[in-house]
Ligand binder design. Structure first.
Ligand code: MSP
Length: 512
């Protein structure tokens, strides 16, 4: 069974504030991959959650005049709520303030210290609070934090360091012998050229300047660096402890896919592998650094006032329209743009015109000509066979695109079939066939081909737009929703029984 398990994780979101559509995009992407793997028969485990420690959060709580714990409790529940609004099927929502996680992080820190991989020294450097990162002068860009572009402060503190340098060679060898470990490839080259080649410097893994963190238990004025705390969430929540590796852990680890944004790939492909090597654990199979969702006037930011929240979009446009936009419009390797106009445009052009109309026309015609009764699949001609051949090939192409994590392309393949179905209606002209009762068998066949093609598309759509797929199945009056049912065209519908009621899947939106 182990070869059929699939452990996928998202980055855990900071509980510094309500997540915008950019952060929300990631859980939707992870959910689509997880749902597709489940369709393929994998025993999927999708883990997500929140990253709740650090100076930034301590400061935010102070501003709000509440305790950090009260602050993170509020935001974590807001984040979970948005993940639920997006209909994401996570198996576990983890929090780094969870007692068990905190204890295991303390054990990990001690283990690394006893092993000599963590040592005490003094840190002098330039610190970026929002990113919780120390930088050297040469790493700054225009004197500012290279990650977020904000001011950095000079800091000097007694600190513990992790010997990244010790694992440099092993990591280099690993990246070389596992060319698919980091994707897309452009990100791998960035990691090798910008971080590994210049040489890894030991990493400061404790802080004394604030207290909202996991205390180092043998030296409690230190708290554990938030990234060491956060990265270990991937193991502490599946039954790992330094001297107790449970069966669950042996089954689930290593993770099959860590899905993270392009900005934090360094933490996942350099620090995290070195931490795992220190713990003598295998590395995850793959880290995918997805591109960003940006606004048409650039990055979302409070100062620009261009922040958009997913729950607002869902209230206005419905969950599957938003999911469709996120999943279809953000390419594999370059940023995707969001604007209300683009979203509305896609709803009208793809969801209403291509998908909604096709389903509605087909079901309505079947009612008009056959009282809704599903007809036999009769003799097939070249037009039918051409469409059926592409429908039968769909599973292969969608699976291949999903294996490559090209989710937008996978959806596009489904929509290409839907376009072909629309063209098939134009080519077969059912309304002309309906004029002569001698054509009844032919007309029934045409409608059957359409209904079955729609059903098979809906099987795949379950991963991306689960509610919409369900509404299609209800209209088709079928329970055949699994991949096995797509293998042989023409066996998924209940011939002689009546379809469900025809409904509009999506409403056209007036851009004004
Ligand atoms: N807490 C860290 C992750 C720790 S993982 C051990 C963090 N949190 S975050 O809240 O800032 O970001 C969460 C995820 O959202 C990250 O993968 C980040 O790259 C992603 N995104 C943040 N803004 C984004 C967009 N505008 N678009 C797409 N993803 C974005 O980083």
């Amino acid at each position: 069974m182990k070869d059929k398990k699939y452990y996928i994780s998202t980055a855990i979101a900071y509980t510094s504030g309500k997540p915008h559509i950019g952060n929300t995009y990631e859980i939707v992407l992870a959910d689509a991959i997880a749902r597709f793997k489940r369709l393929e028969g994998y025993d999927v485990y999708l883990q997500t959650g929140t990253d709740e420690h650090g100076e930034k959060i301590e400061l935010k709580a102070k501003e709000a005049s509440i305790t950090p714990q009260a602050y993170v409790d509020n935001v974590a529940s807001e984040i979970k709520n948005i993940w639920d609004i997006m209909n994401t099927s996570y198996d576990k929502f983890v929090r780094t303030t969870d007692k068990h996680h905190e204890e295991v992080v303390q054990h990990i820190f001690k283990y690394m210290y006893d092993k000599g991989d963590i040592y005490k020294d003094e840190y002098k450097g330039l610190y970026c609070t929002p990113c919780e990162s120390f930088w050297t002068e040469s790493q700054l860009v225009d004197g500012k934090c290279p990650d977020c572009g904000r001011e950095v402060q000079e800091k000097c503190e007694e600190a513990y360091f992790f010997k990244l340098s010790k694992y440099q060679k092993r990591l280099e060898e690993y990246l070389e012998s596992h060319p698919d470990f980091i994707e897309p490839a452009s990100r791998k080259n960035e990691m090798i050229n910008n971080f590994l080649k210049p040489g890894l410097q030991d990493l400061c893994v404790s802080r004394t300047s604030f207290s909202w963190g996991i205390p180092v238990d043998f030296d409690p004025k230190h708290v554990v660096y938030v990234w060491l705390d956060a990265l270990t969430n991937y193991i502490t929540n599946i039954g790992y402890d330094v001297d107790n590796k449970t069966e669950e852990f042996s089954y689930k680890w290593p993770a099959d896919l860590h899905l993270v944004g392009k900005d934090i790939i360094r933490f996942h492909t350099i620090y995290w592998p070195c931490f795992l090597m220190s713990l003598d654990l295998p590395l995850p199979h793959k880290v995918f650094g997805h591109p960003w969702l940006i606004m048409n006037d650039g990055k979302m930011s409070k100062s620009k006032g261009n922040i958009v929240y997913a729950d607002d979009l869902v209230t206005e446009f419905g969950v599957d329209a938003v999911r469709y936009y996120f999943l279809h419009e953000i390419p594999f390797a370059s940023d995707g743009i969001f604007s209300h106009e683009l979203l509305i445009d896609k709803i009208n052009s793809d969801l209403v015109n291509i998908l909604g109309n096709l389903v509605n026309r087909t079901i309505s015609m079947n009612y008009k000509y056959f009282d809704g009764i599903i007809q036999n699949l009769g003799q097939l001609n070249d037009l039918d066979n051409a469409l059926i051949a592409s429908v039968e090939n769909l599973g292969k192409v969608v699976s291949q695109k999903m294996d490559e994590l090209k989710v937008g392309d996978a959806i596009e393949e489904i929509f290409n079939i839907l376009r072909k179905c629309n063209k098939y209606i134009d080519d077969t002209t059912p309304w002309v066939l309906a004029k002569d009762s001698q054509n009844n068998e032919r007309l029934g066949t045409v409608l059957h081909v359409l209904l079955e093609s729609i059903r098979i598309c809906a099987v795949y759509l379950q991963a991306f737009m689960p509610d919409t797929a369900e509404k299609i199945f209800t209209q088709l009056n079928t329970e055949n929703k699994d991949l096995a049912s797509t293998k042989e065209f023409g066996h998924g519908l209940k011939v002689g029984e009546t379809l469900g009621e025809a409904i509009h899947l999506f409403d056209r939106i007036d851009i004004k």
